[in-house]
Write a new protein. Structure first.
Length: 492
C-alpha cells in the first residue's frame, strides 16, 4: 500500500483546465500543461490497495491499478510505466478519453471521492514518453505468417501491435487519409492532440507494423483478394452506421451527422483546410444527442464562433449522485459537465424533435437551409416515452448536428457481403469465443463485433482478438485475452 493514511489525509484533486476565454481561441488540449505532475504522487497515495480491487472489474483491460498507483506514489515512473503497459497498449489515449469506469468502481468511492485513476494513468504515460521509457518492442523472430487488420481505431491498432510483437507480419488498412480511425477524426484536438497518435504510430512502424491509408476494403480491394494475400484478417472497422432522425425537414441543408461535421474541424488543425466546408461560425447551432459525441460537437462549435449552441437530449436530466437503482460498483448515469459544457451553451433535457423548418431554396439549390428546429417536451408514462401536449416550441437552428449514436458496422461498402459474414440480431458482425467469424481465418474486434462502446473495451477487444488470431496461425498463444466476446460492462 502506498500511503496507509492517504485516503484520509489527502483530498481528491484533478487536472486543472485553462481559462475558458483562452482555450476556445485555440485547438490545444484544455488542460494546463504540467499541472498534474506536482500533485499526482499524493493523489496516487489515496489508493487503498484493496484486498479485492473492484477497479479491476470496472476496467475491461484488467489494468493493474493499485500496482501502478503505488509506483507513482513512490515516483518510480519506469516501473509504473511497465505495469501500465502490461495491460494497456495505449494509456495516453485512455487516460484522456475514457470516462473512467474504474473510478466508478473504486472502493474509496463508496463514501468518498474516488481515486483520480485516470489522471494518474495519463501522468505516468506522459512521463514515460518524456523520459524515453516507451521504446519499440520488435519481435525477436518472425513467424512467416501475415495478417491484415481492417481499421486503425483503438481496436485495430491494439490487435496489430500485439500480433506484430508475436512475430507476425501485420498490415493495417485504413480508408481515411491518416491512421487513427475515430481517434484521428472523431475526437477533437482539444480532447486529445493528435501528436499522441503520431508517436504511437512511429513506435509501431519501428516494431514492424505496416500501414496502408486511403484503402477501403470492399471497394478498393475485394475481400477475396485480401484473403488470398494474407493468412488471417482482423476486421476492426467500427460501428460507423450513424443513427438518423427521420422527421419532416431532415433533407434541409445544414443538417449533418456528427461524423460529417467533426472530422472537418480536425482536418483544419491538420492543415488540410483553412476554413472547414461545414462551420458553426456565426450560426445558431443545435446538437441533438446528450452524450460525449454531442459534447464534442458543442466544444467544436464554440471554437468556430457559433452565435449560440443548444444541446438536446430526449432522456431526463441525470442526477448528480448515484441513483438507488445504480449501486456501487456499477457505472452510474450521472449529470456530467464536460470541458465543452463549461464553455457555454444551453442543455435541454426531456425533449424530442418533431420537425425542421427551413428557408426557400436559393438559386442552384434543390432544398432550402434549415432555420428552425421544432421540439416538444416528453415524459415517461407507464414506461413509454410520451409527448406532453401544449409544450411544442421552436428554436433557431442554422446548423444541426446529429449525435445520437451508431447502429452497427457499415454494410454499404461491400465488406460484409464480400466476406460472407453473418451478423447478429443487433447488426454487428457475429463471432465465436475466439473472436472468429463464420469465415475461416477472419476475425472481428471492437465496435464492429461489440457495437458502439468505450475506448477501453475497444483496446481489450483488440488484445483478445489478437490471441485468437495467434492461436489460429500457430496452434497456441501466450498473448493475453482480457475479455470474452460476451463480456459486458459492469452496469445495471
Amino acid at each position: 500500500m502506498a500511503d496507509p493514511k492517504g485516503f484520509l489525509t489527502t483530498g481528491r484533486e484533478v487536472a486543472k483546465t485553462r481559462p475558458v476565454g483562452e482555450r476556445v481561441k485555440d485547438w490545444n488540449e484544455v488542460y494546463v500543461p504540467g499541472s498534474l505532475l506536482p500533485i499526482i504522487s499524493k493523489q496516487a497515495g489515496r489508493c487503498m490497495d484493496c484486498g479485492i480491487p473492484f477497479c479491476h472489474n470496472g476496467c475491461p483491460l484488467g489494468n493493474l491499478i493499485p500496482e501502478w498507483n503505488d509506483y507513482a506514489y513512490r515516483e518510480d515512473w519506469t516501473q509504473a510505466s511497465e505495469r501500465l503497459h502490461a495491460t494497456n497498449n495505449f494509456p495516453e489515449f485512455t487516460g484522456r478519453l475514457c470516462p473512467a469506469p474504474c473510478e466508478a468502481a473504486c472502493v474509496l468511492g463508496i463514501n468518498q471521492p474516488a481515486v483520480t485513476i485516470k489522471n494518474v494513468e495519463v501522468s505516468i504515460i506522459d512521463k514515460a514518453w518524456d523520459t524515453g521509457d516507451v521504446k519499440p518492442q520488435a519481435p525477436e523472430r518472425l513467424s512467416g505468417k501475415t495478417v491484415a487488420v481492417i481499421g486503425s481505431g483503438p481496436a485495430g491498432l491494439a490487435a496489430a501491435q500485439q500480433l506484430t510483437r508475436a512475430g507476425h507480419t501485420v498490415a493495417v488498412f485504413e480508408r481515411a487519409d491518416r491512421i487513427g480511425g475515430l481517434l484521428r477524426y472523431g475526437i477533437p484536438e482539444f480532447k486529445m492532440e493528435k501528436r499522441h497518435i503520431n508517436r504511437r504510430i512511429e513506435q509501431m512502424r519501428a516494431e514492424g507494423t505496416k500501414f496502408r491509408t486511403g484503402v477501403e476494403i470492399g471497394r478498393d480491394i475485394t475481400a477475396t483478394d485480401l484473403r488470398k494475400r494474407y493468412d488471417a484478417v482482423v476486421i476492426a472497422a467500427g460501428a460507423t452506421t450513424a443513427r438518423d432522425l427521420p422527421v419532416p425537414g431532415r433533407e434541409l441543408a445544414g443538417i449533418h451527422q456528427a461524423m460529417e461535421y467533426l472530422p472537418l474541424a480536425n482536418k483544419v488543425v491538420e492543415g488540410d483546410f483553412v476554413t472547414p466546408p461545414i462551420t458553426a461560425e456565426g450560426k445558431h447551432v443545435v446538437v441533438i444527442g446528450g452524450g460525449d459525441t454531442g459534447a464534442d460537437c458543442v466544444g467544436t462549435a464554440h471554437r468556430q464562433g457559433a452565435a449560440s449552441v443548444t444541446q438536446l437530449e430526449i432522456m431526463p436530466r441525470p442526477g448528480e449522485e448515484r441513483a438507488a437503482g445504480q449501486p456501487w460498483p456499477t457505472f452510474p448515469m450521472l449529470y456530467k459537465v464536460t470541458s465543452a459544457h463549461e464553455e457555454g451553451g444551453e442543455r435541454v433535457y426531456s425533449v424530442s424533435t418533431t420537425h425542421f423548418e427551413g428557408s426557400a431554396p436559393e438559386e442552384g439549390q434543390t432544398v432550402g437551409n434549415v432555420q428552425f428546429l421544432h421540439l416538444v417536451e416528453v415524459e415517461f408514462v407507464e414506461g413509454k416515452l410520451t409527448q406532453k401536449p401544449g409544450t411544442e416550441r421552436k428554436i433557431p437552428a442554422q446548423l444541426v448536428t446529429l449525435a445520437m449514436g451508431f447502429t452497427g458496422t457499415d454494410v454499404e461498402n461491400g465488406l460484409v457481403s464480400q466476406f460472407g459474414l453473418e451478423l447478429d440480431e443487433r447488426g454487428n458482425i457475429a463471432r465465436d469465443a475466439d473472436f472468429a467469424t463464420n469465415v475461416g481465418g477472419v476475425f472481428v474486434a471492437g465496435d464492429a463485433g461489440r457495437g458502439q462502446s468505450l475506448i477501453v473495451w475497444a483496446i481489450a477487444e483488440g488484445r483478445s482478438a489478437a490471441r485468437g488470431v495467434d492461436r489460429f496461425l500457430t496452434g497456441a498463444s501466450d498473448l493475453p485475452a482480457p475479455i470474452r466476446p460476451t463480456d459486458r460492462a459492469l452496469t445495471v
